[in-house]
Design a protein around this ligand. Sequence first.
Ligand SMILES: O=P(O)(O)OC[C@@H](O)[C@@H](O)c1c[nH]c2ccccc12
Length: 263
Amino acid sequence: MPKARIDQAFDQVRIQGDKAFVPYIMAGDGGLAKLDEQLAFLEQAGATVVELGIPFSDPVADGPTIQEAGIRALKEGVSLQKVLDKLAESKENRDIPIVLMTYINPIYTFGVAEFAKACEESGVDGLIIPDLPLEEESLVVESLRAHDIALIRLAALTSPQARLEEIAKRTEGFLYAVTVTGTTGARIDFSDHVGTYLAQLKEMSKAPVLAGFGVSTPEHVRSLSKHCDGVVVGSKIVDSLHAGDKQTIETLIAASKNSVNVR
Ligand SMILES: O=P(O)(O)OC[C@@H](O)[C@@H](O)c1c[nH]c2ccccc12
């Protein structure tokens, strides 16, 4: 049951008194042959779920770090089909749930129903589609439901109250609370309003609320996690993996763990 695997992963985190940590990596950055090893490393380091990006030629929500990773992956010849095939091969050896992050265009090209089926067959548990607004969701919702793939919705700092409520009500797996206005990428600081915004989303959502965009230091992980159920970290993870700096990733993930638990 794909969707249930995500729920179980968050339950486990809660039981241990930890916060969730969802690293984002770009599929095929460094070649798809490295994917299994990268996923195993993140699982071993204590990640809750992995968000796996599909490289795309027009990544409108992405800042420079993730755009460059996408260009590197495209140069390696990575495509949605190849990522799904690769995930299918290693499905049995993997416990950590996978959420694919892809823009809507590659899904259309693939065919929505075929894509949902391929996700299930490849052991994909959920999806983030940043350029699919609530109003257009009906294009994919039924197919995803048929294959039990969670559709994770994004809340924006600029969304009006009623819209946030609708997003919180519909989300599956978790609620992705975008903490900055703008594109992905490491930030120094967050607006004072972020704490209130996260607390408000926590009230509205039955699903776990995760803060993402700009999270790049252990202090960010700790301070944002106080207001919600955990964080998503992209650019800092992508840069560190590219530089071969596993220590930085381990330190970031460790910041989401209850310090009373000895690891
Ligand atoms: O890179 P950052 O600032 O840590 O943000 C997370 C982000 O990269 C990842 O979740 C993501 C990558 N591309 C996206 C597009 C839309 C929403 C989210 C994403």
